[in-house]
Design a binder for this molecule. Structure first.
Ligand SMILES: Cc1ncc(COP(=O)(O)O)c(C=O)c1O
Length: 390
């Protein structure tokens, strides 16, 4: 297993490299793709073996008997996150964007407000709006270059029409690992305004030394009667194409409402996804993740050091995730001009900050989960593209 190996993904029908030209105008032949959140690394050998076993079997029927799958989740949550999960709390969806959509349908009605802490993962707003609900953007504050809560301002924004809130923990973008005190403040806010709280913890395994992810369910146990937790193997193990995620609900009433929507939509597990996830949540998978996080830690250090040399650019110190969040506001040239230089001159496809909602406009998000040589190359290209402002 080497994270340094450059693997050509062009022409493999992967979103990251095969859609970069259409979306960002960057030719994959000499461009670097740093947008959507998947990694340019092969999956852990234990996952590849599980897929190969299915492949060799040659029969690709419906999945059944999820005992081993549920037990693997129980083991992972207990050993990696100190959280005891009962198998009957777990719903398996086609990923967590799908899980978000089902939550919107189960816990809100058309016209209801759904609170987001922006800037935040763009698919939340897309799903909420597509379902005819209203996105209520509560802007994160910034303190010492990191995102922080602004609860008093959010309290003042509430109208009573808000029914649900989605927390991104750890936060994407910006990579905050919310502290116990912050999680409590968020839970108190949800209770004060009678909101169902969806805690999307998909990035929970990709946390850097010095920080510890706290599961909302254990950090604030009293919130259980309004809490829905979402997690998945997909971000951690680079198997997002398997579209398999878990929505974990301890409360009977919430579970009944969610289960009813699942049944109405006829959702059942993807066989390959179930096999991959079962193989991932294992001691071998855990060792792979530890090595991955150490490698990503090196990438973020190289990236931040290089960005720190470009006057006017500020990279938020990541506590978790491989998604660097760089503020270009200090250049004073406006987001469109900065975005155009990154795509046109540096030939890098990176997510535009405006798509993450209020507060993201002057940022670009760079995916660092790629061999280090590419990160070094990207930094050099950015330094050159903005050399005239130095
Ligand atoms: C916070 C968050 N939730 C969900 C997802 C996507 O989940 P899925 O691929 O399971 O739909 C992402 C992908 O980047 C994410 O950052």
């Amino acid at each position: 297993m080497s994270f340094d190996e450059i693997i050509d993904r062009v022409g493999t029908h992967c979103s990251k490299w095969d859609k970069m030209e259409a979306l960002y105008g960057v030719d994959p032949k000499d461009g670097i793709s740093m947008w959507v959140a998947d990694m340019d690394f092969r999956a852990a050998p234990c996952i590849q073996r599980a897929v190969e076993a299915q492949l060799r079997h040659g029969i690709y029927g419906y999945f059944g008997d999820d005992g081993a799958y549920l037990d693997a989740i129980r083991w992972w949550m207990e050993t990696r996150h100190g959280w005891q999960v009962a198998p009957e709390w777990i719903f398996t969806t086609h990923g967590l964007v799908n899980g978000t959509g089902i939550c919107v349908e189960a816990f809100t009605k058309p016209g209801d407000g759904v609170v987001l802490m922006t800037p935040v993962y763009h698919a939340f707003a897309r799903v909420i709006k597509a379902a005819g609900r209203e996105v209520v953007e509560c802007r994160l504050a910034r303190d010492g270059g990191r995102y922080t809560l602004d609860i008093a301002a959010w309290d003042a924004q509430m109208t009573g029409r808000e029914k649900m809130m989605i927390l991104c923990s750890p936060h994407n973008p910006g990579g905050r690992v919310w502290t116990a005190a912050e999680l409590r403040q968020i839970a108190d806010f949800a209770r004060r305004h009678d909101l169902i709280l969806i805690s999307d913890e998909i990035h929970h395994d990709l946390v850097y030394p010095g920080h510890k992810h706290l599961v909302m369910a254990t950090a604030v146990p009293e919130i259980a009667d309004r809490l829905v937790t979402m997690s998945a193997t997909t971000k951690t193990f680079n198997i997002a194409g398997s579209h398999t995620g878990n929505v974990i609900i301890a409360d009977d009433r919430l579970r009944a409402a969610f289960g009813a929507k699942m049944a109405a939509l006829g959702i059942s597990g993807n066989s390959f996804g179930m096999h991959m996830a079962t193989a991932a949540y294992s001691p071998e998978g855990a060792a792979w993740v530890d090595a991955l996080v150490a490698y990503l830690d090196g990438n973020r250090k190289v990236f931040d050091a290089g960005i720190g040399e470009i006057p006017g650019l500020a990279s938020m110190p990541l506590e978790a995730t491989y998604l660097a969040w760089v503020d270009f506001a200090g250049l004073g040239m406006g987001a469109d001009a900065a975005n155009a230089r990154v795509a046109g001159e540096a030939r890098i496809a990176a997510n535009h900050g405006a798509s993450f909602g209020a507060g993201g406009e002057s940022f670009l998000r760079f995916n660092l989960a790629t061999p280090r040589a590419r990160v070094v190359e990207a930094v050099e290209r950015l330094q050159q593209a903005f050399a005239d402002v130095q």
